[in-house]
Design a protein around this ligand. Structure first.
Ligand SMILES: Nc1ncnc2c1ncn2[C@@H]1O[C@H](COP(=O)(O)OP(=O)(O)OP(=O)(O)O)[C@@H](O)[C@H]1O
Ligand SMILES: [Mg+2]
Length: 222
């Protein structure tokens, strides 16, 4: 079964000054085991679609279904905490928490704490190719590429099988970007994750299993 399905989704932003039809009748099916790249010009609707997938907002019409259940029928706070793992271009790590605490904090919100949580954090840090010594460091003692990998480790601690990423290589140099894509591919192919990435990075898109292009709020094959 598809882990995520988008069905005839429309989304319009209404501001005081204008109305923007950001997504128009967007449909797509996303399965585990694949890395999807969402590409398209600036303003085409990529981040809007990811926000709907992540449960940050609901479609105006149409549905986003996670394992068959529409997000409109879920408690969105729970959906975000347990199912929709997100990483951002700007990393968004907690600056005053160590790497280990950054990863265990959301685990604690899910009721998973103590030595077990720390052991899982250590495992995940290894999985994203960070040295074990990184666990006790603060984010600003790491490079951008390393911080982004902490973001992935934190997202993976949810073990939900779905990872959404908005421009994850946007702040990285080529080498760290390549390494990040390899980790995302590994997650899809070896851990059976569904990874969906909005990106301007053509090298990332070239390595994806499937490229979807958004143009003026409409989705088509890349
Ligand atoms: N909060 C908002 N209020 C009003 N309009 C918005 C808002 N967020 C996005 N938009 C508009 O919706 C459209 C789609 O924006 P979106 O951020 O989804 O594009 P994008 O493909 O992610 O662009 P980029 O590549 O620059 O990140 C754009 O026209 C944008 O100006
Ligand atoms: Mg965007």
């Amino acid at each position: 079964m598809a882990i995520l399905e988008v069905k005839n989704v429309n989304y319009t932003y209404h501001t005081r000054y204008h109305t923007v039809e950001a997504l128009k009748e967007v449909s797509g099916t996303f399965i585990r085991g694949k890395l999807y790249a969402l590409v398209g010009k600036s303003g085409s609707g990529k981040s809007t679609l990811l926000s709907l997938m992540a449960g940050l907002m609901l479609p105006e019409s149409g549905e986003v279904l996670f394992e068959g259940t529409p997000t409109s029928r879920m408690d969105l706070d729970k959906y975000r905490l347990y199912h929709a793992a997100v990483i951002y271009q700007s990393f968004r790590l907690f600056p005053l928490l160590t790497v280990s605490e950054n990863i265990t904090y959301p685990m604690e919100l899910r009721g998973f704490r103590g030595e077990k949580a720390r052991a899982l954090a250590a495992e995940l840090v290894e999985k994203v190719n960070l040295p074990a010594g990184a666990l006790d460091r603060f984010p600003d003692m790491l490079s951008g590429g390393e911080q982004q990998r902490v973001g992935i480790a934190r997202a993976m601690s949810m073990n939900s099988g779905l990872l959404l990423a908005d421009e994850p290589t946007g702040n990285l140099d080529t080498e760290n970007g390549d390494r990040l894509v390899s980790i995302l591919l590994d997650l899809a192919h070896n851990d059976d994750y569904c990874v969906i990435v909005a990106t301007h990075d053509l090298e990332l898109a070239a390595r994806a299993d499937k490229v979807l292009r958004i143009s003026d709020g409409m989705l088509g094959d890349g």
